[in-house]
Design a binder for this molecule. Structure first.
Ligand SMILES: [Zn+2]
Length: 499
């Protein structure tokens, strides 16, 4: 039996997004999971995050946990110094005062940028390490979109990342982190580590593990890991490209009994990934072409249009109206769209009431240079407060988007909300009175996570290039600090430091 302090602090930071991520974004209502302290962290045995899976594995092994806190915020701009210092201090204080412990587990993302820290997780791990000393196991689970820098590797005993995108293995990853703590305790040391960084950025809409080449890549990862008893863990982080930091980029990380085994594993997997470089391209259709293609599909099942560049999950505003404008201009007679984040319009709809017609400036307010969509909408349905998520990623969690309205213009229905999150769960439509499968075109503001819940009901998926802050084309972004020479996408132009 081991006694393990556990905590979570997760953020995926888009350094190109204008709005910083403040303390309240971690502690107040969240679209998929609220911040928690102490015993609350263990209150929901179904909690669909890594720490939930860690807790289940620890309980099954008879380990005792000291829960400290867990916080996550919707991706956006850098975490403020205030938020970073307060939450990190809460974790460090919790570890320092948890009595006799054998190990520490942290549920982190791996792509946090905080005011003053390009590598937020490295600083969290450094401060925890400073409290527990050099030898105690300190293991963190990471999102598959982690940008792993050398200091994260140095301060952690081991790191382990998700293997699916959509992330349907978050709980499994937490359980793997528990296994790594047990490895460290059983061996009386941390495993040897090897890291291989890959020479190109992977646009996230090409990272789906429901399509090739990533199906094959992750299958091989599991093969390599299972095939060598010296390996404790093998991870492939595809990286989060919307961050102007030197540790941006994909990496393969292995832990093993000895460095040669770890090195052999990262080289085998790294070489396989590099052989698929050309697949990680940009290729997207503009809105009108995408809608036309969607309307040509056989009727019956919906066609899902993915607004991949306005993904709140990538730190975008979820308020751009490029696809909405095209749907209305093309007089599409049956389309539904979620989630358009516009607190002012959601509240205006609630004030007007169901059945009213309101003329509003919808969306287009949060990205410099964008304009709202002005139009008259019928308020079809209203809702407010918490609701259950039902899709494969977040089933078991409670969502809350505050005031939500279903607004209709002609045949186009839009889910407008006070809260901001990516549309990765059909519950977000149903909460606004829309059953997605009953409609011809279903537009989701999401880059890839929507696939878990929406692909099974879709006739076809069409990815759309409307403007937004989660650009899928890294070459279009004003980077200054990327690793010199990294290619901006598969077979793309190389980044050169401005001098
Ligand atoms: Zn992710």
């Amino acid at each position: 039996m081991a006694r393990i302090a556990i905590a979570g602090f997760a953020h995926e930071t888009n350094t190109f997004a204008p709005a910083p991520t403040a303390y309240v974004d971690f502690t107040e209502k969240n679209a998929y999971a609220n911040g928690m302290r102490g015993a609350q962290v263990l209150a929901n045995p179904e909690f669909a995050m890594p720490i939930g899976g860690f807790a289940a594995a620890a309980r099954a092994a008879g380990d005792e946990m000291v829960p400290i806190c867990w916080y996550a915020a919707e991706p956006a701009g850098p975490v403020t110094a205030d938020a970073f210092e307060r939450i990190t201090a809460e974790i460090v204080h919790g570890v320092a005062t948890s009595g006799a412990i054998d190990a520490v587990y942290l549920d982190l993302h791996g792509a946090m940028v905080a005011d003053g820290y390009d590598d937020g997780e490295a600083e969290i791990l450094r401060r925890v390490r400073a409290v527990i000393g050099p030898h105690m196991p300190l293991v963190a689970s990471l999102d598959l979109h982690a940008n792993v820098g050398p200091d994260m590797i140095r301060h952690a005993s081991a790191l382990v990342a998700y293997r699916t995108y959509p992330h349907v293995d978050m709980r499994e990853t937490g359980a793997r982190a528990h296994g790594l703590i047990k490895w460290c305790l059983a061996n009386g040391r941390r495993p040897a580590v090897a890291v291989r960084r890959l020479p190109f950025i992977m646009p996230p809409h090409r990272q789906s593990t429901m399509t090739e080449p990533c199906i094959g890549i992750y299958a091989e990862l599991a093969n390599i890991e299972a095939g060598d008893p010296r390996l404790a863990s093998l991870s492939f982080n595809m990286g989060f490209h919307l961050a102007d930091i030197p540790m941006n980029g994909p990496s393969v990380i292995a832990y093993a009994t000895d460095e040669a085994a770890a090195r052999a594993a990262v080289d085998r997997l790294g070489t396989l990934v590099e052989s698929h470089e050309a697949a990680f391209n940009v290729g997207l259709l503009p809105p009108r072409e995408a809608i036309q293609l969607a309307l040509q599909q056989p009727p019956g099942k919906p066609v899902v249009l993915a607004d991949v560049q306005d993904n709140a999950g990538g730190g975008a505003t979820a308020d751009t109206v490029g696809i909405l404008e095209a749907l209305v201009a093309m007089k599409v007679d049956d389309a539904v769209l979620a989630i358009l984040h516009d607190p002012e319009s959601a509240r205006a709809a609630h004030r007007a009431g169901t059945g009213a017609t309101i003329t509003i400036d919808l969306g287009g307010k949060l990205v410099p240079g964008h304009k709202p969509f002005r139009g008259s909408f019928v308020v079809e349905a209203l809702s407010d407060g918490p609701f259950k998520l039902t899709g494969p990623m977040l089933r078991g969690n409670t969502g809350n988007l505050g005031k939500v309205a279903q607004l209709r213009i002609g045949g186009v229905r839009v889910v407008v909300s006070e809260g901001r999150t990516q549309c990765l769960d059909q519950a977000y439509f149903r909460h606004a009175g829309i059953e997605p499968k009953d409609h011809r075109l279903v537009v989701v503001k999401s880059t890839n996570h929507y696939r878990a819940d929406f692909a099974p009901m879709a006739e076809r998926i069409v990815e759309v290039a409307a403007p937004g802050l989660s650009s899928m084309d890294p070459a279009s972004l004003p980077f200054t600090k990327l690793p010199d020479g990294i290619r901006m996408h598969g077979k793309g132009p190389a980044f050169r430091h401005p001098r």
